[in-house]
Design a protein around this ligand. Structure first.
Ligand SMILES: Cc1cc2nc3c(=O)[nH]c(=O)nc-3n(C[C@H](O)[C@H](O)[C@H](O)COP(=O)(O)OP(=O)(O)OC[C@H]3O[C@@H](n4cnc5c(N)ncnc54)[C@H](O)[C@@H]3O)c2cc1C
Length: 216
């Protein structure tokens, strides 16, 4: 038996056989894609803001300027955060059956603010180290002013769902002989060759955490 949805609003209705609620599935998607979209309400209208996120155990985090509308308005409020990986375009024999192969996660909850400079610095270090191991300690240390200017929000992963769509087009039997190409166009995220900053001091080699960086 698959894990049940943790709450009514996380229970997938449409194509619910593609949904999953177990943490290993949810965590794997969150950890594979650092870009999230934060849905929140501003003066009664919905705003969906793209941003970076990272996971620490049972919570996801995102940060921004303390002056950012998203960070100010989402603090203490109900939000919906999504993370999406697109794995392929699915070309079927009819327009209706075209689709996308994807892995996505939706998280609901009340966004909590991280208080205190020490806690903020620790979370920012974790974010950096998850992406680029060893980099934080090589950087010019973060200042009190930079910490003050940064607001970090987080959500528990208690109300989260995943949905995964994979595989070839699923045309009805009567369409399968239709003479048009059908199949999947895989989408792969690949990293390019590191491009040094134009003002990089001479003699600084590209670090492993840059050449080893992968997403997807
Ligand atoms: C890249 C991409 C492209 C897509 N393209 C289309 C499209 O063109 N048309 C279309 O109708 N749908 C598309 N989907 C699927 C879409 O995300 C919804 O799952 C679907 O539209 C059903 O929406 P609903 O509001 O009826 O969901 P419901 O089944 O009513 O949603 C109930 C709950 O299920 C969970 N849930 C639903 N969808 C997702 C999801 N994608 N990821 C994680 N949890 C989820 C949430 O907790 C949600 O609150 C796409 C998804 C992705 C990731």
């Amino acid at each position: 038996m698959p894990d049940p949805a943790p709450s009514p609003r996380t229970r997938a209705r449409r194509l619910n056989y593609k949904a999953a609620y177990d943490r290993p599935t949810i965590d794997a998607i969150l950890d594979a894609m650092p870009v999230a979209h934060v849905g929140h309400i501003v003066d009664g209208f919905p705003v969906v803001t793209p941003t970076l996120h990272w996971r620490e155990g049972d919570r996801i985090y995102w940060h921004g300027s303390s002056a950012s509308r998203m960070q100010k308005r989402a603090t203490g409020e109900q939000v919906c955060v999504t993370v999406t990986l697109t794995d392929g375009m699915v070309l079927a024999r009819s327009g209706l059956e075209h689709s996308v192969n994807y892995r996505s996660v939706m998280v609901f909850g009340r966004a909590e603010v991280v208080e205190g400079p020490e806690a903020k610095a620790a979370h920012l270090k974790t974010m950096m180290e998850q992406m680029f191991p060893g980099r934080w300690d090589q950087l010019r240390p973060i200042t009190a002013q930079e910490l003050k200017a940064t607001r970090i929000l987080s959500l528990p992963l208690t109300e989260a769902s995943a949905k995964i769509s994979a595989g070839p087009p699923l045309d009805p039997p009567e369409d399968v002989t239709w003479p048009v190409w059908a199949g999947v166009l895989p989408i792969r995220l690949t990293m390019g060759t590191p491009e040094p900053a134009p003002d990089l001091a001479p003699g600084i080699a590209v670090p492993d955490h840059a050449t080893d960086y992968r997403i997807g």
